[in-house]
Design a protein around this ligand. Structure first.
Ligand SMILES: [Zn+2]
Length: 552
């Protein structure tokens, strides 16, 4: 890898306190360095905006459910063929595919890089699907990344909680993270999926018993949040709360946050969990209550899960949500019961601007962004493809940066449920470029505990994006002039030219070896998979170091 100087751009590197200063960024051997010889190749970035590569901490691009969605939606593929790029690098075979809402693997990598994103995490992989997820990530070029493994409705875990064996539950989580090659623990509708499998069709309450009164959503959340902290994981428990998408679920969200008081915890796609009801039972925004709670509690973080008006694909381990959505919309669906571990459903969806609930969801996401007091803790996501495609991030950035444009859009959507929404009353805030750099790269990198990502300080991974400024922020962020990934120039003069393999980011906490005999016994009793076949092997990159607290 040759040294490189990105010269004279306006640099936005919030982690290092740099907010639009004109300076050079120097790169050698895949890392940011203080300087390179004046003879080193240079990119002229004068008049351009330079940021660290984007970090998407919550999307769905490489899991069993993503593959189910790909199979369910052949029409999406047929409508969006994606030609192979013309690469300069003769050692890499350029690949065609399809784009649309659930792109094929290679196209996913190319398109993320084209937007200036260089790190991407799939937020929900069932342990049994881990091999498939790694295979998909192997075929998703350019971007570094990994996935969060699903726990929270898993039979073995629930049995440990029932037996009062929370320490063994923690050892199990440690074993599972390493066995699946995951980066973090994800809880989706903790306990609620299992209750649904057992026939419940009601809302899930935090203290609802799953058979035994010792096993409740609260107990599951406490066990997993404590495990993530005790194991020294770089990212805390990543929580998709109970009752996603239901009116008045903000009460569940706030109760969950209170249940984890004082612990580090990340609450994902907050928008889908910030609904209230008004006196007459109609839906209303509860964004203000939720975001004010987050603002006041520094141990909590979140991503928004913005709904973008237009087509989407909902895909989630939260099978009961998909069941309700399928029933109410009549759209086709697929649902997979991943035996002892979790559920998984897929329903195509459209957020129509004249649909009152869709307009409310859209408005709630924007309220969360605009009322957040700390961009480092509330970051950008659309829960791709649930709220909309990652390809809509530039349009979302424009909504945040451009009040006049936003106010025009508000006039177009169905106003019926927007009464009482702060957005409808007008919010003047406009995100600055520095704040956009926080919510799309520096913030997510920090929340993920990725010390070498999301910033341009000496020693950081040389992941750099160069944009051409434009008064229209959507236009600005939809294309990149240059993207450097790990020191390789992948986008040159706006064209994708190189597509090196990305690096796998995963953890391997130590655990008490005595626990494996018990897990193996459980597998032999109940699972269709042999224990020895379960762990993934041969991950191509070393694991990410844990925090010192993890060295037990
Ligand atoms: Zn998600």
């Amino acid at each position: 890898m040759t040294p490189l100087r990105i010269a004279g751009g306006r640099v936005y590197d919030p982690a290092n306190g740099i907010d639009g200063d004109v300076r050079d960024i120097c790169i050698d051997d895949g890392r940011i360095v203080a300087d390179v010889p004046s003879s080193a190749p240079r990119l002229d970035a004068r008049g351009m905006v330079v940021m660290p590569g984007g970090v998407d901490m919550h999307c769905h691009v490489a899991s069993g459910s993503v593959n189910v969605a790909r199979r369910l939606l052949p029409e999406d593929h047929a409508q969006h063929p994606a030609l192979a790029p013309v690469l300069d690098d003769l050692a890499t075979i350029p690949r065609s595919g399809s784009a649309g809402l659930v792109p094929t693997t290679f196209t996913t990598g190319y398109r993320y890089a084209g937007l200036g994103y260089t790190t991407v995490f799939d937020a929900a992989v069932a342990p049994l699907m881990a091999r498939s997820a790694h295979a998909q990530l192997d075929d998703t070029p350019i971007v570094d990344g990994g996935f969060f493994v699903l726990l929270g409705n898993d039979d073995y875990l629930l049995r440990q909680i029932d037996a009062g064996e929370r320490e063994r539950a923690r050892e199990y989580a440690a074993w599972l993270l390493g066995a699946s090659g995951a980066y973090a623990i994800k809880a989706v509708n903790p306990g609620g999926i299992e209750l649904w499998k057992r026939g419940s069709r009601e809302r899930t309450e935090l203290d609802q018993a799953l058979g035994s009164s010792r096993v409740t959503p609260r107990a599951i959340l406490e066990t997993l949040a404590d495990s993530a902290i005790a194991l020294g994981l770089p990212h805390p428990l990543h929580i998709h709360c109970n009752n996603l998408g239901l009116p008045d679920n903000a009460s569940t969200t706030l109760a969950t946050m209170a249940a984890l008081e004082g612990r580090r915890a990340h609450f994902t796609h907050l928008q889908f969990h910030s609904y209230g009801t008004s006196g007459d039972g109609a839906w209303r925004s509860a964004a203000r209550e939720v975001i004010e709670y987050v603002n006041a509690h520094p141990s909590l973080s979140g991503d928004v899960g913005q709904v973008m008006l237009g087509p989407a694909v909902t895909l989630t381990a939260d099978a009961p949500v998909e069941y309700l959505l399928h029933r109410s919309s009549g759209r086709k669906w697929a649902n997979v019961d991943i035996e002892l571990e979790t559920g998984c459903g897929v329903v195509p969806h459209e957020y129509k601007e004249r649909n009152a609930v869709a307009a409310l969801q859209w408005a709630i996401g924007l309220e969360l962004f605009l009322l957040s007091s700390d961009p480092w803790r509330v970051v950008l996501s659309t829960d791709h493809p649930n709220g909309g495609s990652f390809m809509s991030y530039p349009a979302l950035i424009r909504l945040l940066m451009d009040r006049a444009h936003r106010d025009e859009q508000i006039k177009r959507v169905e106003p019926k449920l927007l009464a009482g929404s702060t957005l409808a009353d007008g919010i003047a805030r406009e995100y600055t470029l520095g704040e956009i750099a926080i919510i799309t790269r520096a913030g997510p990198a920090k929340l993920l505990g990725l010390r070498d990502k999301g910033h341009l300080g000496v020693g950081a991974d040389a992941d750099v994006t160069v944009y051409v400024p434009d008064a229209d922020a959507e236009k600005m962020f939809a294309t990149t002039r240059y993207v450097v990934k790990g020191g390789t120039l992948v986008v040159e003069e706006g064209q994708l030219r190189r597509a090196p393999a990305g690096r796998r980011l995963h953890v391997r906490p130590s655990f008490d070896a005595a626990v494996t005999a018990d897990i193996e016994h459980h597998f032999n009793q109940y699972s269709t998979v042999r224990f020895a076949n379960y762990p993934v092997g041969d991950l191509r990159d070393a694991s990410v170091p844990l925090a010192p607290s993890g060295a037990r």
